[in-house]
Ligand binder design. Structure first.
Ligand SMILES: Nc1ncnc2c1ncn2[C@@H]1O[C@H](COP(=O)(O)OP(=O)(O)OP(=O)(O)O)[C@@H](O)[C@H]1O
Ligand SMILES: [Mg+2]
Length: 243
C-alpha cells in the first residue's frame, strides 16, 4: 500500500533521513523504531507531505505522491498524527475532532455527529464539550487519534501515541489501535514503548542516525545485534552476551 524508496532529507548539516526504504502492506501494522533523533518523525513528515524530501519516492497504492500537499494526501487516504499534540485549546474536544471530520464531510451536523461518535468510542465521552486545554496527556493523545480517524484514513501514521501514558493507558491504546486495524485501516507507527510494538507490529523497521539499519518481526529485532547497539552503544551486544 505504501512504498518508500531512497527517501532523504537534510536540515542544514544534519542528514535527518538518509535514503530509507520502507514497505507497508495493506492491512498490516508496521512499526518504525529507533533512538531519539533517528529520523522517524522526519520520515513521517516527508511521507505525509509536511516536509519536502530532498530525494526518493513515496508511492501510495502505486501512485507517486511526492510534492503533493498534506490535504491531498489525506484525501487519498493517508493521515498522520503529530508527536507533539497541538489541539486548538479554545475549542472543545468535539470541535477539535470535527476538524478531522471536515476533510470528507462538508455538512456541519454530520461532521459533528461523527466527531462525537469517535470521541465517545475513544473514551473522551465526558470531555466532548470541555475545552481541549483541559485534557491530560493521555486525553490529548486520544484526541489526536480521534481527529486523525475522523478523516477516515485507509493508512494511518501514528507518531508516538503511547508516549507519556501509564501502563494501563498503554494497554487501552494498544486495544484501540487493534480495533482501528480491525475496521480495515493499515497502520504505520513510531513508538518507544517496546511492549506496544511487540504487541501490535507484524513487522518492525529500525532507524538510527537517519539510516534504516534493520527490519524483521518483533522477535527478530529484539535479538538483532545492530539494533541493541543502536540503543545501547557499540559493543553492547557483545557485553550482554559475555554477561
Ligand atoms: N525542522 C528541523 N530543523 C532542523 N533539524 C531538524 C528538524 N526536524 C528534525 N531535525 C533533526 O533531524 C534529526 C531527526 O529528528 P526526528 O525528529 O526525525 O527524530 P525522531 O526519530 O522522530 O526522534 P524522537 O524519537 O526523539 O521523536 C534530529 O537530529 C533532529 O534534531
Ligand atoms: Mg519523533
Amino acid at each position: 500500500m505504501l512504498e518508500v524508496r531512497g527517501l532523504s532529507r537534510r536540515f542544514g548539516g544534519v542528514r535527518a533521513v538518509r535514503g530509507i526504504d520502507l514497505d507497508v502492506p495493506a492491512g498490516a501494522i508496521v512499526a518504525l523504531i529507533g533512538p531519539n533523533g533517528a529520523g522517524k518523525t522526519t520520515s513521517f513528515a516527508a511521507i505525509a507531505g509536511f516536509v519536502r524530501p530532498d530525494s526518493g519516492s513515496v508511492r501510495l497504492d502505486g501512485t507517486d505522491i511526492i510534492g503533493w500537499p498534506p490535504e491531498r494526501i489525506a484525501l487519498a487516504g493517508m493521515v498522520r498524527t503529530f508527536q507533539i499534540t497541538q489541539p486548538f485549546a479554545g475549542l472543545t474536544v468535539a470541535e477539535n475532532i470535527r476538524i478531522g471530520a471536515f476533510l470528507r464531510e462538508s455538512h456541519r451536523n454530520a461532521a459533528t455527529r461523527l466527531a462525537r461518535e469517535l470521541g465517545t468510542e475513544l473514551g473522551l465521552g465526558a470531555w466532548l464539550d470541555r475545552p481541549a486545554a483541559a485534557l491530560t496527556v493521555a486525553g490529548r493523545k486520544r484526541l489526536e487519534l480521534a481527529r486523525a480517524l475522523a478523516a477516515r484514513p485507509r493508512l494511518l501514521l501514528l507518531d508516538e501515541v503511547m508516549a507519556g501514558l501509564t501502563p494501563t493507558e498503554v494497554n487501552e491504546t494498544v486495544a484501540l489501535v487493534r480495533g482501528v486495524r480491525g475496521r480495515g485501516a493499515t497502520i504505520l507507527l513510531t513508538e518507544h514503548v517496546m511492549q506496544a510494538v511487540t504487541a501490535l507490529a507484524d513487522r518492525v523497521y529500525v532507524m538510527a542516525e537517519g539510516a534504516m539499519i534493520a527490519q524483521g518481526t518483533p522477535r527478530e529485532i529484539a535479538v538483532d545485534q545492530r539494533v541493541v547497539e543502536a540503543y545501547l552503544g557499540k559493543g553492547a551486544a557483545a557485553r550482554i552476551a559475555d554477561g
